[in-house]
Structure formats: C-alpha cells, structure tokens
Design a protein around this ligand. Structure first.
Ligand code: ATP
Length: 259
C-alpha cells in the first residue's frame, strides 16, 4: 500500500519546549483523515511539518514519496493544497476578484491572475465550478460572497492545482448549519476526485462518511490514530479533550456531549 504520509518518531523542539513528542503516524492510499485535539495540542505544528514549513528536530518524514532531507520540498508542496482561515489575510486582494478568477489563480498558487491563461485552464476552472456546484457564483466578486461561499471558492482554488493531498484546516469555523453542510458535501466531491484529505476540526459531528480515519492529538503526543470507529470512543475523546465526554452516533455521524 502506497504511503501518503509517514512520520516516524518525529520530535519538534522550539524555545526549549518539546512541542511534538515522538509522533508516529502513517496515512496510506485511500484513507481520509480527521485531526482532532484541543487548542495548542500540536495539530498545526504537525501540519507544518507535513508541508515542510517546520523541520523536525528528530525523526523521519516522507510525504507523497518525498523523503525529507533528500528531495525537493517546494516540488512536494505543489502536490499539496491548503485551505485555512489564515488565507483571510489575503482578502484585500481576493475581494475584487471574481470567483472564476480565484479558482483559476490556484493554477499559479497566486491570489490574482498575473500569467497568461490558456483555454485548458479556463475549462478546468469551469469544470471545478460545476463539480463543486459553484457555477451560480460565476461573475460574482469575492467581497459579495457569504462566508460559506467564500470557503467553497477557496476549496475550488485549491483543487485547481490538482493536489494529491488537501489540508482543510477548520473549514467550517464561523459557518451556519446550512453552509457547514454545503462545505461537508464538497468534501464528498473531493473524495470522489481521488484526493486525500486531512480535515482539522474542533467539532466531531463534521466527521462524515467520507472520513475513514481519525488522529487524536494531546499535548504534542498522539492519543490514538486509526479507523474512526475504533478511535472515536468516549474514553479516548475524554482523554484527548481532558473533560469527561460521551459520544453517540446518529446517521453515521458522531456527536459529543459533556457528562
Ligand atoms: N514557532 C513556535 N515557537 C514556539 N512555540 C510554538 C511555535 N509554534 C507553536 N508553538 C507552541 O506549540 C503548541 C502547539 O501549537 P499548535 O499551533 O500546533 O496547536 P494547535 O493544536 O494547532 O492549536 P489550535 O487548535 O489553537 O490551532 C502551542 O503551545 C504553541 O504555543
């Protein structure tokens, strides 16, 4: 089975603090992962290792066949899409762009269009709009979109680069229940496109059918990693969230209550 991500005994130390401690995690082909953990538990630090923005203090990392320390990280990054609320800092540039241009710009990893566009790129952007049911937004500028539509446009932009791995970092934060379900439906389309996802969230009910595996992170260590039915238990989640919780399943989705 092909490895998408391999982290072998990864430690990451900053300012005298062990932020990641002995992280051993493997993602293999066909798996879709959710990543859960309290604020400050180390989720972003793990993602920054995977994308090559943090270099591990010790341990081995291989992402999409790129062995860290031996092959080009910028080349590897071209195969990874990243949708995070941190992209909001580019909203000044995004605001004036149409949705189709925002999606097209993903081809060049930019936020505006500065290169010559060819017909194939335009067709691909339109296909993505159709595939993600964003067609009705054609011609609209980013600034007039709802929060949910903005998130979906940014996911479309990430898909333009045909990533093999897509990181969705809290994509539903701040969305109402309807917009949240729209974004969750898009994850089904992403799955159908044979793209691997890492879905970071604080809300376990966002773990839909598409997600097959879950990683639980606490204080820079892994509490559990594996198939979601094995990992999403009251006991493991109580450990991860440091508060007694109870999990129940409804329509194949997990829900959590405090006990
Ligand atoms: N560059 C850095 N230098 C020093 N400490 C850092 C650095 N980056 C992260 N940390 C610390 O590492 C810990 C883990 O942070 P991280 O951002 O990975 O958590 P997180 O799980 O993503 O949290 P959140 O859910 O709030 O986004 C925190 O205590 C944070 O302050």
């Amino acid at each position: 089975m092909k490895h998408i991500i391999h982290m072998g005994s990864v430690c990451w130390r900053r300012e005298g603090q062990d932020i990641l401690k002995n992280i051993c995690w493997d993602v293999t082909e066909g798996e879709q992962w959710a990543v859960l953990g309290l604020n400050g538990s180390g989720k972003t630090s793990i993602l920054n290792i995977i994308t090559g923005y943090n270099y591990p203090t010790s341990g081995s990392v291989n992402v999409l066949g790129t062995e860290f320390g031996k092959a080009s990280i910028p080349e590897m990054r071209k195969k990874i899409g990243y949708v995070s609320n941190a992209l909001d800092k580019f909203s000044g540039t995004l605001n004036r762009e149409t949705v189709e241009n925002i999606i097209l710009s993903g081809r060049f990893s930019s936020f505006g269009i500065y290169q010559k566009i060819d017909e194939n790129d335009e067709k691909k952007a339109l296909d993505i709009m159709k595939g993600l049911r964003l067609e009705y937004l054609k011609g609209k500028t980013y600034q007039v979109l709802s929060q949910g539509e903005k998130r979906r446009a940014l996911i479309g932009r990430a898909m333009m680069a045909e990533p093999e791995l897509l990181i969705l970092d809290e994509p539903c934060t701040g969305l109402d229940v309807l917009s949240r379900e729209d974004v969750l439906n898009i994850t089904k389309d992403i799955h159908a496109m044979n793209c691997h996802m890492l879905y970071v969230t604080h809300h376990i009910e966002e773990i839909t059918d598409v997600i097959s595996h879950v990683l639980l992170v606490k204080d820079g260590t892994i509490v559990a990693a594996g198939p979601k039915q094995d990992v999403l238990t009251s006991s493991l989640l109580s450990d991860t969230y440091k508060i007694p919780v109870k999990i129940h399943w409804e329509n194949n989705r997990p829900w959590m209550s405090i006990i």
